[in-house]
Design a protein around this ligand. Structure first.
Ligand code: B12
Ligand code: SF4
Length: 687
């Protein structure tokens, strides 16, 4: 056993990869950093992440017990990286799915039964919620932020002496919680990684993850700490300090190179943002990473958070060629006023330019790859007007329906460190089933999210905000609604095969080229074999002049599991049939479009007209679903819409996922724009 005082460090707050959108497993960097700081004062640290052992019956208890018995620790630390996933959608079913605080409590109870050593809490998550977590978890001590001062005064803390002089310490004075003044420290001036730590990392990940870039986010190496800005949703400046402290780059690269020698190919350079002040730092790092790649190979890649700022072409090339993968923070809005009010240190032009660059790089690096994006539209700075401006900006940038998946962040996590008051009716809280020791139920340590007041009021409740954002994600922002539109089912339910034949043979022909296929299929998502099979089926249909037997493959495909491909083919063929049908009846379809407010739009162009534009136009012309339905009933009664025109109208609604709820209207058209006219003189459509 080591003669140095032993400090055991645990983590029960790792968010493990789950079924929803999640990141691969992450080794807690606190294990590396705390160990290095403690080592400066002759304290030996051993660590264990119990999160990964949860569920495996009694495994973590056995391992924790063994560590305690073998090391006889003088103190025990627990790092709390985060209090929950920061994603409200993980708790929308009212359950606390990821419960680091509950788990930490169970771990503490178990530890208390094994040893009298004091328990100290620390970490980003703890710092953001120090008072409430201290009250609920009742540790002996807590440390807000950097523990350098704590370890320097370690013997005093153990004896309970001079506690008020220990920077960042949280401690008891009788029943009162005392929080000492904060002090921020610089990053380590020597390398942090050692062979012993690396062995622990190998055990944690296992070779299959550690050396596989897809299953691994990279090993963290600190580059800088602190941020001088104050974006309204972010707590990093409060937790890490307002002054940027950059670590000596030689030392950073010593850590990186040590890891590269162990075969590590991916690194995450830890900082708040790598380009807080111009591009000097990112370019310096890029240059050093390029040199390292010359020595160890171009498979080395790295990442860091960065702000969407200006870069010249040469700068972008330098950074990309150094293996930089690029991790942007979430966009909040594209509305200049909202961006300014949210105190973002970049303007909407910079963010637009950056997004274009990022998309271009993505399309170059992975041409057929799935495109995804996320945007924090639920942020309190947004409202119907700014969301409309954001959507209009994305429309101008041709980015509506560009992405295959878009995640909207719908609400803001509440943190005590912000010291803000919230109106309780706009908060969404979830508490664990076991409420033992929780005290007042307005505790923020469990999932607690603030919903944008103006959106809740405009839409009629938190659940309505959620429904609206789901609609935006699938139908307006991403191409999901259009990609998933089941043309096979649409056709089958709308008319019989023989009705279709009589509409078709009168006016249409089944001829199409590659450009037509691009128009109607999302080739990144649809199986190319299904498109090819659909094309062959359509050729057969054309040759046989829509013979019964061949049409049956579209109208009555086999739904047996082993015949899934038949259904896919029928679906794809139905898109082709619809395209050709509407092209054949072009004049009549264009008239339908004109009648409902689309001037100058052809049936073919409808396939690529963003659903946002279709909604805008319908909102402008009709204002609500009910008025549109009245109009439709009248058209049918008059016999103006029969056969293909009516089918085309129904297709327009289904393909664009039309929802004309009056409360959605201000998100699409300016509230002053009246129906059936346009007092603003602003045409709703842009192509
Ligand atoms: C890089 C990063 C990532 C990378 C990590 C890559 C990697 N290989 O490590 C990726 C993209 C994977 C990631 C994912 C996530 N992240 Co992240 N991430 C960060 C970032 C920028 C750095 C993290 C880090 O390592 N920091 C350095 C560590 C060591 O700092 P620290 O924990 O504060 O520790 C210091 C002190 O607190 C103290 N200390 C720590 N523990 C202890 C314990 C004791 C006893 C003592 C005395 C002291 C002490 O010592 C350290 C040195 O001073 C931070 C923001 C930031 N600037 O820190 C966000 C951050 C930690 N991430 C956050 C979130 C929410 C997540 C995700 C949950 C997102 C999601 N829903 O998927 C996941 C969780 C992943 C997981 N498995 O747990 C939030 C957490 C918010 C909160 N506290 O509630 C942060 C703070 C970002 C933010 N501003 O919101 N993340
Ligand atoms: S610049 Fe980044 S780290 Fe700084 S406050 Fe804004 S979001 Fe937070």
């Amino acid at each position: 056993m080591s003669l140095q005082p032993s400090f055991l460090l645990f983590n029960a707050s790792n968010l493990l990869p789950g079924p929803g959108p999640s990141v691969p497993l992450v080794y807690p960097y606190a294990f590396v950093q705390v160990r290095e700081i403690a080592d400066r004062y002759g304290i030996s640290v051993k660590s264990l992440d119990v999160s990964v052992l949860e569920g495996a019956d009694l495994t973590w208890q056995r391992l924790v017990k063994t560590l305690v018995v073998e090391n006889e620790p003088v103190a025990i630390g627990i790092t709390i990286r985060q209090v929950d996933s920061l994603n409200v959608f993980d708790s929308l079913d009212g359950k606390v799915r990821f419960d680091p605080i509950g788990f930490t409590k169970r771990l503490m109870k178990f530890l208390r039964a094994q040893t009298a050593a004091p328990i100290i809490l620390g970490g980003f998550g703890f710092t953001a919620m120090a008072q409430q977590l201290f009250t609920f978890l009742r540790p002996d001590y807590g440390v807000c932020g950097d523990p350098d001062g704590f370890f320097a005064a370690f013997p005093h803390v153990l004896e309970g002496r001079d506690l008020s002089r220990v920077p960042n310490l949280v401690h008891w004075s009788g029943d009162k919680i005392i929080t000492n003044p904060r002090q921020h420290y610089a990053p380590a001036s020597r390398p942090e990684y050692t062979t012993a730590i690396f062995e622990d990392i190998q055990r944690f990940y296992g070779a299959h993850r550690l050396y596989s870039p897809q299953q691994f986010m990279g090993l963290p190496v600190e580059l800088s700490r602190g941020c001088p800005y104050a974006c309204s949703f972010c707590i990093e400046p409060l937790v890490k300090g307002r002054q940027e402290r950059v670590r000596d780059l030689d030392v950073v690269m010593e850590d990186v190179e040590f890891l590269a020698r162990q075969g590590i190919a991916k690194f995450w350079l830890i900082c708040s943002e790598i380009n807080l002040h111009k591009s000097d730092l990112i370019l310096n790092v890029a240059e050093r990473m390029s040199r390292l790649r010359e020595k160890y190979g171009t498979h080395l890649t790295w990442n860091a958070y960065l702000l969407p700022r200006e870069y010249s072409r040469e700068e972008i090339m330098t950074v990309v060629n150094s293996g930089f993968l690029g991790a942007g923070n979430d966009y909040v809005s594209m509305d200049p006023a909202t961006m300014k009010a949210s105190r973002l240190p970049y303007n909407h032009k910079q963010s637009m330019r950056w997004l274009e660059t990022y998309n271009m790089a993505g399309a170059m690096l992975s041409p057929g790859g799935i495109r995804d994006w996320s945007i924090f539209l639920g942020h309190e700075g947004n409202g119907p007007g700014s969301i409309r401006t954001t959507l209009e900006t994305l429309l101008r940038m041709n980015l509506l329906e560009y992405y295959d998946k878009v995640l909207t962040i719908n609400a803001t996590r509440v943190f005590d460190i912000h010291q803000r008051e919230y109106e309780e009716q706009y908060l969404y809280r979830v508490l664990p089933d076991d409420k033992d020791g929780i005290g007042p139920l307005n505790i923020n340590a469990f999932p607690t999210y603030y919903y944008n007041k103006s959106l809740v009021d405009a839409l009629g409740g938190i659940d309505k905000v959620e429904a609206f954002f789901r609609f935006l994600q699938c139908t307006i922002l991403s191409n999901q609604t259009k990609t998933r539109f089941d043309a096979g089912r649409f056709l089958r339910e709308a008319l019989s095969a023989s009705e279709f034949r009589s509409l078709f043979l009168e006016h249409c022909s089944l001829s199409l080229d590659e450009a037509d296929l691009d128009l109607i299929f999302n080739r990144r998502v649809v199986d190319p074999r299904a498109i090819e099979a659909a094309r062959e089926l359509c050729e057969q249909l054309s040759r046989s002049r829509l013979a019964d037997l061949t049409l049956r493959q579209v109208w009555r495909p086999s739904f047996a599991e082993h015949d899934r491909f038949q259904v896919e083919t029928a679906r794809a063929a139905s898109r082709i049939l619809l395209l050709c049908l509407f092209s054949g009846w072009q004049e009549q379809c264009t008239r339908v479009l004109e009648e409902i407010g689309f001037k100058g739009l052809t049936a073919k162009a409808l396939w690529t007209t963003p659903s946002f534009v279709v909604h805008q136009t319908l909102f402008q012309r009709f204002g609500s679903q009910a008025t549109l339905e009245e109009f439709q009933t009248e058209q049918v009664r008059l016999g103006a819409w029969e056969g293909t025109p009516f089918l085309f109208y129904r297709f327009l609604l289904a393909f664009n996922g039309i929802v004309l709820k009056p409360e959605y209207r201000p998100f699409f058209v300016h509230p002053d724009a009246c129906e059936s006219g346009d007092p603003q003189g602003e045409p709703a459509m842009r192509f």
